[in-house]
Design a protein around this ligand. Structure first.
Ligand code: CU
Length: 163
C-alpha cells in the first residue's frame, strides 16, 4: 500500500467517525452517568420562570440525582426556584398543591409532605442544589414543579417512569 492510499483510508475513517459523532449529538442527552453509576439530571431555571426540561424519563426504582441550577440574577426573595416532585395527580391538583405550598415561606412547602417525593431547596440567582432520590417502583407520570409563588403555571413538567 503506498502512502497516498494510507492517507486516504485514514481520512475516510476519520470522516465516518465524525458522522457517527454527529448522529449521536442530534439527540440531546439531558443526563450523564458519572463514575458512581447514579444518573444525573441537570435542570436549570432562570429569571423568565422556565425549566430547561419539562419531561424526564426514568426506570422504575432507578436512583437519580437532580442538580438544579438557577441561572438567573435575581435574589431568591424575588425570583426563587426549587424543584419539587409529587405523587401522581392531574394538572388542577398540581396547581392546588402549588397554591398551598406558595403560602408557606421560606421553603414554599406544606407542613404535610406526604405528596412530596423529592425536593431541592429554594435557590436564588447563581445558586445550585443537588439531591438524590429513588424513582418510584410504580410506572406512571409524576409531576414536578417550582413552588415559588406564581411559578407553577409555567414551571412544571413530568417525570415519566416506564420499564
Ligand atoms: Cu420558580
Amino acid at each position: 500500500m503506498n502512502h497516498p492510499t494510507r492517507i486516504l483510508l485514514a481520512l475516510v475513517a476519520g470522516a465516518s467517525l465524525l458522522f457517527t459523532g454527529c448522529g449521536k449529538s442530534e439527540a440531546p442527552a439531558p443526563s450523564a452517568a458519572p463514575a458512581d453509576g447514579v444518573r444525573t439530571i441537570e435542570i436549570t431555571a432562570n429569571d423568565t420562570m422556565k425549566f430547561n426540561l419539562t419531561e424526564i424519563r426514568a426506570q422504575p426504582g432507578e436512583k437519580l440525582r437532580v442538580a438544579l441550577t438557577n441561572l438567573g440574577r435575581m435574589p431568591k426573595q424575588a425570583m426563587g426556584h426549587n424543584w419539587v416532585l409529587l405523587t401522581p395527580r392531574d394538572d388542577a391538583a398540581v396547581l392546588a398543591f402549588a397554591a398551598s405550598a406558595a403560602a408557606r415561606m421560606p421553603d414554599y412547602l406544606p407542613d404535610d409532605k406526604s405528596a412530596v417525593l423529592a425536593h431541592t431547596r429554594i435557590l436564588g440567582g447563581g445558586e445550585s442544589d443537588t439531591i438524590e432520590f429513588t424513582v418510584p417502583a410504580q410506572p406512571g407520570e409524576y409531576p414536578f414543579l417550582c413552588t415559588f409563588p406564581g411559578h407553577a403555571a409555567l414551571m412544571k413538567g413530568k417525570l415519566i417512569v416506564r420499564p
